[in-house]
Design a binder for this molecule. Structure first.
Ligand SMILES: [Mg+2]
Length: 440
């Protein structure tokens, strides 16, 4: 099980341990808690199985989905009950449209905000008129160009699907580690590589899309954290950043699991890969949970109030909670305007981006164009607040609520839709799927 001083640990094929201590769990790995042991003859499975309770206790969620009775009976890979996510009382077709709406809505908001990301409100008004931008304008050499927000959302989705594939085939998985590998693939698309760490690979389908190999003002925290030698975690933060780069890419997490606590916790852990300040990852946990409740059939407002207790249970939640409460209050008290939005901040940092997006979603409840245009026409981080608002409103109202001309002109529209449909499917037990979403 030892290989040149490195030992493959339970979290993933690429996580390595030195001196018998697991990098991710900080526990002894010389006692059989090794994913590689699953590739060994059956008698070795017993050693690994006996350690599962320890692993579960140390890192809840790492080992899940396996049927212990089937394992004990000598079948370590029992058939999973894999089926498309069916939530609430909605028909599958309706839920699938909400998945597509969530990802396409986010991309549309991102593309609307892209040309004005770095403009003040007065600059936006002097160029586009009193009401600001009303449709796509050119950015990065075309209309409807997406930015890093959508690129990273796609890689979040890819990582989640690959994690699910890994879990199915190996029975053991630490989803944030697999998503980390997806983010390193995104880093590679930006012409960058981790220094002294996991270099990444280009397998799977997403990294084969040439249009993704384009820099669209990527965030510094994301770049620098991923350039580091190790994956950032809540326990071992990559930095103290609370930029909006964690929350702006997290929506797919809300589409992946069937219970809100897992969604919230996984949203936090996946954001903490690049954003180590509690507000940076808690805002992401909140958005993932809000998306989950919306897909489950709740209103936007109820989805927020159902998420607040999950947030309050976490250490360091105060800043994020205060921003969410202000967004709720302003949505009831005042007429929507850029000036009201700017009372919530500029959106460059996580709690402000979340609060602005919640406010714009609440006041634009039944109208995607109204909500996302409100979310981009202000002095702050227009593409990120547009993207998050688009995620929320698209998940609420479905892909059909997004204007057809915006969907047609959107860069990578077909790819984004395919990814949303794959998230809805979650898994197919075919070699084609395994090649599309290899489990590491
Ligand atoms: Mg951006």
């Amino acid at each position: 099980m030892s290989n040149g001083g490195h030992i493959s640990c339970v979290s993933c094929t690429y996580s390595r341990s030195k001196k018998g201590i697991c990098d991710v769990f900080g526990i002894e790995t010389s006692t059989g808690i090794l994913c590689r042991s699953f590739r060994m003859p059956k008698q070795s499975h017993r050693a690994a199985r006996e350690k599962w309770p320890i692993i579960r206790k140390l890192k809840p969620g790492v080992v899940y989905g396996i049927d212990n009775d089937a394992f004990n009976a000598g079948n370590p890979w029992p058939a999973y009950n894999v089926s498309p996510l069916t939530v609430g009382k909605r028909e599958n077709g309706v839920v699938q449209d909400l998945f597509v709406g969530c990802l396409l809505g986010g991309a549309v908001g991102d593309a609307l905000g892209a040309p004005i990301e770095f403009m003040s409100l007065s600059e936006i008004r002097s160029r586009f008129g009193k009401d600001g931008i009303k449709t796509y304008s050119e950015a990065y050499g075309r209309k409807g160009a997406i930015t890093d927000d959508t690129q990273m959302t796609l890689f979040t989705a890819e990582g989640l699907l690959r994690a699910y594939c890994r879990d199915y085939h190996k029975g053991i998985c630490h989803p944030p580690s697999v998503v980390y590998h997806a983010y390193v693939r995104w880093l590679n698309t930006q012409g960058e590589h981790p220094k002294g760490g996991f270099e990444g690979n280009k397998d799977g389908w997403l990294a084969q899309i040439p249009e993704l190999y384009s820099r669209r003002a990527p965030g510094n925290s994301c770049l620098s954290a991923l350039q580091g030698p190790e994956m950032g975690t809540i326990e071992k933060p990559a930095n103290d950043s609370k930029g909006c780069g964690g929350v702006m890419r997290i929506a797919p997490v809300g589409l992946m699991w069937d219970d809100p606590q897992t969604v919230f916790d996984q949203g936090c852990e996946i954001a903490a890969i690049t954003h180590g300040h509690p507000t940076g990852y808690l805002a992401a946990g909140c958005l993932a949970s809000i998306i989950f409740f919306i897909i489950s059939g709740q209103s936007i407002e109820t989805s927020i109030t159902e998420t607040i207790p999950l947030l309050k249970a976490k250490r360091g939640h105060e800043e994020c909670l205060q921003s969410i409460e202000l967004a709720l209050q302003l949505s009831n008290d005042s007429e929507p305007s850029p000036e009201v939005i700017e009372r919530l901040g500029a959106g460059w940092i996580a709690e402000e981006a979340l609060a602005i997006s919640l406010y714009c979603s609440l006041v634009g409840d039944r109208d995607v164009p109204r909500g996302v245009l409100l979310a981009v026409n202000h002095s702050g981080d227009s593409d990120s607040t547009g993207a998050i608002t688009g995620n929320i409103l698209g998940a609420t109202l479905g892909a059909g609520s997004i204007p057809a001309e915006w969907k047609q002109e959107l860069e990578l529209s077909v790819i984004i839709k395919e990814m949303a449909n794959d998230l809805f499917l979650r898994f197919k037990n075919t070699s084609e799927w395994r090649n599309k979403y290899p489990g590491w």
